[in-house]
Write a new protein. Structure first.
Lengths: 126, 159
């Protein structure tokens, strides 16, 4: 990546209109993580320093570049279902400006390891 | 060897973008096992490969004390948003670390302070660094895992 800069406040299309670049900056994902639910080894990630296996179906991700605030942050999570059990629900919550948690559970509501856990984080950086 | 640009003053997020593009991720064989509550099972911290590449490269990550300062701000009852985020970007980045030093940094950044500040006090270990092969091979009874009180380095640590 070159370290040059293009500075612009607005992007304008010839027919489709214009877009304030703050929507691009503020609307981009600030972190993502993809890891195995059993063992938490990362397969893909950005802006993460570590993942923590907190127990069956309970995970947290620590960030390298912190968010500015916990309010107005949107974490989104999903998981792969296991072949031998139905992991159906994923809950992702922000616990601080530098960490968020993802829980995966089965259709009885019990925390259960998922084959894969995926999450992205939207919000402003500190 | 890839040379790290002069990053002091560059937003940390931009440095991570540079690292993602220029550095090979480093999958660590090490895991940090810790217990932060007697009522909960042992937790296992896994270093991120991209983060580890940054730590080994040097000149990218801020000193760990910066994260402590931000955590102090966040712990204030009237905290709404960070106003000292510049500490992440303007503080001189740390030099290249060995994998061992990187793990120590990561423990001090991502583990609760009450765990690592007095990790060797008390009547049983609260934190241990191990190889991933030393963890149990299956997830059976995962919610009951505790750090073994017998910390022989060639045996399973959490069981």
């Amino acid at each position: 990546m070159a370290l040059g800069k293009i500075k612009a406040d607005t992007l304008e299309h010839s027919t489709a209109g214009s877009l304030d670049t703050k929507f691009v900056v503020e609307g981009s994902a600030k972190a993502h993580a993809s890891y195995a639910g059993s063992g938490t080894s990362f397969s893909s990630s950005f802006n993460c320093s570590s993942a923590v296996d907190n127990g069956a179906g309970k995970y947290s991700v620590n960030l390298s570049s912190a968010l500015s605030a916990t309010a107005q942050v949107t974490p989104i999570g999903s998981c792969n279902v296991n072949g031998d059990s139905s992991t159906t629900a994923t809950t992702t919550i922000v616990v601080s400006t530098s960490a968020y948690k993802t829980n995966t559970s089965n259709d009885q509501g019990s925390f259960t390891d998922a084959a894969g856990v995926f999450s992205v984080l939207m919000g402003d950086l500190a | 060897m890839t040379v790290t640009p002069e990053f002091q003053g560059t937003h940390l997020f931009d440095r991570l973008c540079w690292a993602k593009e220029n550095l090979e991720p480093h999958q660590s064989d090490y895991r940090v096992v810790y217990e932060d509550s007697v009522d909960e099972c042992a937790k296992i911290l896994v270093p991120d490969p991209n983060w580890m590449a940054c730590a080994l490269q040097g000149g990218i990550l801020p000193p760990v004390q910066v994260y402590w300062e931000l955590a102090k701000d966040e712990a204030q009852p009237d905290f709404k948003k960070h106003t000292r985020g510049y500490l992440l970007h303007n503080t001189e980045p740390v030099e290249a670390m060995t994998e061992e030093q990187a793990l120590e940094y990561l423990i001090m950044k991502d583990c609760p302070q009450h765990v690592w500040r007095d990790w060797d006090s008390g009547n049983k270990p609260k934190l241990v660094i191990c190889r991933k092969e030393q963890l149990p091979a299956t997830r059976e009874w995962r919610n009951a895992w505790k750090i073994s009180e017998d910390l022989a380095t060639d045996e399973t640590v959490a069981a």
